[in-house]
Design a binder for this molecule. Structure first.
Ligand SMILES: O=C(O)C1=C[C@@H](OP(=O)(O)O)[C@@H](O)[C@H](O)C1
Ligand SMILES: C=C(OP(=O)(O)O)C(=O)O
Length: 406
């Protein structure tokens, strides 16, 4: 099935109740489970990744199938490493190609029994919980996935001897680690991050209430639509000026693509300024999930992008570098890799755009959809958005965009 998203040539004006953050939701759900279900969580995400996490923790069955949810895989693996008794954790074929060896190595050192049921270093896994903690000091690289670190941190206070994580490399996706520590703090757990060590003493999570913020990664598609649209003025409800999410960086990036952001107590309002840079340099190390959106927006606006920090894109829902190289070509743009630098060079926009393939990756579909402000665009397998933003197409229609199923 495909969606033809028709060219939208009206003024973009409206208010959108943005979906809530799956990253915050999945952390809150794990902390809730570790606290003995003491938390009152409001505005949990409708994302499939969150619904799956909630269901697996509730069912507590013998086989935990996380589907394609990275955080669910990594967070539930850590959970089972303290609570498990021989459960299997698995996921989609792609999930079984996404690395987990660093996390498994760390959990084994702590004393968990974990068996690889397929290839070493990858799911599926069979997990039995730690009986005698073997050490409290774990050395861990920070340049593969921050989710390994977040997973370990959240179980840290439940370990009898606590946990010290010594980070042995530079850290990618650092704001996600800060989000983890911040949410833990909201539920009574203190930690200390000094130099390359994060220390957590054994302690209990306390009860409390928390309202999950709207999703800044999901907001990025609206920023793109506003940047490509005409006289845009759009309010996204549920976003906060003081966010825990590193993807709030989209507000700063989009200033260079002609969008300013103002906040009130309901959310953020995006207004078009028309001031667009000719060339932009961006390091996506702290906000990898924004890269696809920004590349499409810049390609459509004729802005050259010089990028670093894209390394982790290769091990996400798909190899996002390869996917973007293929699909940006359909907009006349090219993505050139030179060592650890990538350049997106815009070209002549095509009269008609070939169907965009989405590679089982929600962000491919959502990143290309705002191109409808320039021209008709057809998106293959539009249901991929379920992973993080199930109402994405409905929300697009709510501002007047016409979508036909073909
Ligand atoms: O912790 C999280 O909620 C996430 C961390 C990031 O992954 P990496 O740490 O693997 O870069 C991000 O890409 C993912 O969408 C969500
Ligand atoms: C990479 C992502 O998610 P995860 O790693 O949790 O599957 C994402 O949502 O873009």
């Amino acid at each position: 099935m495909k969606y033809l998203v028709k060219k939208f040539d009206q003024h973009l004006h409206g208010t959108v109740q943005l979906t809530s953050s799956k990253s915050e939701s999945n952390r809150a759900l794990l902390i809730n489970a570790l606290s003995g279900n003491q938390l009152q969580l409001h505005n949990l995400s409708a994302a499939r990744d969150t619904q799956t996490m909630e269901r697996l923790l509730k069912e507590s069955g013998e086989v935990w199938d996380v589907l394609d949810a990275g955080t669910t895989m990594r967070f539930c693996t850590a959970f089972l490493a303290i609570k498990g008794s021989g459960q299997t954790i698995t996921g989609t074929p792609r999930m079984c190609q996404r690395p987990i060896g660093v996390l498994v190595g760390a959990l084994r050192k702590l004393g968990a029994t974990i068996e690889y049921l397929g290839e070493d270093g990858y799911p599926p896994l069979k997990i039995s919980g730690i009986k005698d903690q073997q050490t409290s000091l774990i050395e861990i690289p920070g340049n593969i996935s921050s989710q390994f670190i977040s997973a370990l941190l959240m179980i840290g206070p439940s370990l009898p001897d606590g946990l010290t994580l010594r980070l042995t490399t530079e850290v990618f996706s650092k704001p996600y680690i800060e989000m983890t520590l911040d949410l833990m703090r909201r539920f009574g757990v203190e930690s200390l991050w000094e130099g390359n060590e994060i220390k957590i003493a054994p302690q209990a999570y306390s009860s409390g209430a928390y309202t999950i913020e709207s999703d800044w990664s999901g907001a990025s598609y609206w920023y793109s639509l506003a940047a490509l649209g005409m006289n845009s003025e759009l309010t996204l409800l549920g976003l906060r000026s003081e966010s825990l999410q590193g993807d709030q960086e989209i507000a700063t990036i989009m200033e260079k693509l002609g969008i300013k952001t103002t906040y009130d107590n309901k959310g953020a309002t995006l207004t078009q300024t028309g001031e667009v840079a000719g060339e932009i340099e961006i390091n996506f190390k702290t906000c990898p999930d924004l890269a696809q959106t920004v590349m499409v927006t810049a390609a459509a606006k004729g802005v050259t992008l010089k990028m670093t920090g894209l390394e982790s894109l290769r091990i996400k829902e798909t190899d996002r570098i390869a996917a973007m190289q293929n699909e940006l070509r359909k907009l006349g743009a090219s993505l050139i890799e030179e060592g650890s630098t990538w350049t997106m060079i815009p070209g002549t926009l095509p009269v008609t755009v070939e169907t965009i393939d989405t590679y089982d990756d929600h962000r491919m579909a959502m990143a290309f959809a705002p191109y409808c402000a320039i021209n008709d665009i057809t998106i293959d397998d539009p249901s991929v958005v379920q992973k993080s933003y199930p109402d994405f197409w409905k929300d697009f229609q709510s501002v007047g965009i016409v979508i036909e199923q073909i």
